[in-house]
Design a protein around this ligand. Structure first.
Ligand code: FES
Length: 267
């Protein structure tokens, strides 16, 4: 695999070699070292708002492809579990639902909503059964501002990762905002993930590629703050910029600093 060296002095650092974006071994290493260890947005907390509700998802489709299921147990606690049956590997929950347990549709193995093994038909004679290996694996889960985040092997706690964001954005009532899906758009970008992040993390292209945004902001005041596990991009709006008008109800006005956070971006 290629060896990468990044000069700690940003003035001496150079663009990564093309192989970084193309080498399959690098991609596999990134999956293990970055995507498996960082925190990912999973779903809105409303998908498991009541005891008994469960919600399956595939974590990072096309990259990690990890089948997971979010649950709210009968006692009100929430969990993220592996959605792969511990018997022969069938996907257990195939659609959101509400029930006191999860049941596998292949041979009928049942699990409680905290992932613990409950029952299995025709296994009464089996010795030393069940063991811990028969439980569904619990995956790290955190809720923040009504949003659910998961991590397969967290390198740091969610609270440590999110602390700088919390310190700067606690004035934003994120938990009361509602998704206006009519204003949402999906874009499929056929590019290596890092190329997209490279683009997202620099603002030098704004005057050339986003003229409307460039008119609305004070480009010369664009600032970055780097943290161990996230980064903050901060800019000021020109007076009366229409871009963030819906936020006028918040304790900021056009002309005030408007931070943009990119959480979980490897930096
Ligand atoms: S695969 Fe689930 S019970 Fe057999």
């Amino acid at each position: 695999m290629i060896k990468l060296q990044i000069h700690p002095d940003i003035r001496k650092a150079a663009t990564l070699p093309a192989a970084f974006y193309r080498d399959a071994a690098v991609f596999e290493a990134v999956k293990e070292k970055i995507w498996s260890t960082c925190w990912h947005y999973a779903a809105d907390a409303s998908v498991i708002a009541a005891p008994g509700q469960y919600f399956p998802l595939t974590l990072l489709e096309g990259v990690l492809d990890e089948p997971l299921v979010l649950t709210q147990n009968i006692d009100g606690r929430t969990y993220c579990l592996s959605n792969v049956c511990t018997h022969r590997g069938k996907i257990i929950a195939e659609a959101p639902g509400e029930h006191r347990q999860l049941s596998c549709g292949y041979h009928g193995r049942c699990f409680r909503l905290d992932g613990s093994f409950k029952s299995m038909p025709a296994f009464e004679e089996v010795k030393d059964f069940p063991t811990d290996n028969d439980n569904l694996r619990q995956i790290a889960l955190s809720e923040w501002m009504g949003l659910l985040f998961v991590s397969l092997q967290p390198e740091v706690s969610f609270s440590k990762m999110v602390r700088p964001i919390q310190e700067r954005l606690s004035w934003l009532p994120l938990d009361t905002l509602e998704l206006a899906s009519q204003h949402s758009q999906d874009y499929e970008v056929e590019a290596n993930w890092a190329l997209y992040c490279d683009n997202y993390l620099e603002g030098f292209h704004i005057p050339f590629v986003h003229p409307a945004l460039n008119k609305a902001i004070e480009f010369g005041e664009y600032e970055y703050e780097l943290f161990p596990y996230c980064n903050l991009q901060k800019l000021s709006l020109k007076p009366m910029s229409p871009i963030f008008l819906p936020l006028r109800v918040l304790p900021t006005t056009a002309g005030a600093s408007m931070p943009i956070i990119s959480g979980c971006s490897p930096t």
